[in-house]
Each structure stands twice: as structure tokens, then as C-alpha cells.
Design a protein. Structure first.
Length: 131
């Protein structure tokens, strides 16, 4: 459900920021008015990201936090009731967290390294990027 909501937000931002496409034409054909502006910081973040972090990186990072938080809550709820957390359920949480981390963290670290290298190049050359 979370990723479906993120996909819908992505499509909405795409529709508003990019302002074109089949969906916009279809909606206007049926008389649905699509907002034409959103705050500039949101449009900039959606199109360019912020220091190497893009929209989907943020979505995946929040998913990791939510799944981890739910795993901790599951563990604590079972202990509060005097029971033990099911190893199978904890294993499923671990698999989900591992897959999310493996698809998010290496890509994000590489992007951050690239941004850092570009900033270093710009600093080393006195502000002008070397091409």
C-alpha cells in the first residue's frame, strides 16, 4: 500500500511538474483541472533531487524505517504480553529489510560519492567544473 501511494504521488508530481503527457490530456478531455503549480522546492526536489538524493531514494529510505519500526514494535508487543516473537516472523522482517537495504543503500552511496567528487572537482578548479 505504501509503494502504491508513493507511485500515485510520483505520477501526480510528474503530471504537475512536467505538465505534459497522455494522462494530462485525458484528464483535461474529461474536464478535470490539474494543478499547474506546486512549491518550487518540491518541483526542484522531484526533478533534480537534493545532493544526490532523489524522490524514490527518499521513498525507499522511509520504507526501511517503517519496516524496521514495525519489527521493533512486533518484538516489544510480544515481550509485553509475556511471549516470544516468532522466529519466522522476525525472519520475514529481516528478509524485507535486507532487500530494501540492498536496493537502496549501495545506489544511494554511489550517487553521494559522485556528488561529492563533483563538488571536489569544482572546488579544486576554482569553481569551474572540468569537462
Amino acid at each position: 500500500m505504501y509503494f502504491l501511494l508513493a507511485y500515485l504521488v510520483n505520477k501526480f508530481l510528474e503530471l504537475v511538474v512536467l505538465g505534459s503527457g497522455f494522462l494530462k490530456s485525458l484528464l483535461s478531455f474529461f474536464g478535470v483541472q490539474v494543478p499547474t503549480t506546486i512549491p518550487q522546492w518540491a518541483a526542484d526536489f522531484y526533478t533534480n533531487g537534493y545532493q544526490g538524493i532523489k524522490f524514490w531514494d527518499l521513498v525507499k529510505f522511509i520504507a526501511i524505517v517503517l519496516v524496521g519500526w514495525e519489527a521493533i514494535r512486533y518484538w516489544q508487543a510480544n515481550e509485553a504480553l509475556g511471549g516470544k516473537a516468532s522466529p519466522l516472523t522476525l525472519g520475514i522482517f529481516a528478509v524485507i529489510l535486507s532487500l530494501l537495504a540492498l536496493t537502496t543503500i549501495p545506489e544511494l552511496l554511489q550517487r553521494l560519492k559522485d556528488v561529492w567528487a563533483m563538488n571536489q572537482t569544482a572546488t579544486d578548479t576554482g569553481g569551474a567544473a572540468v569537462v
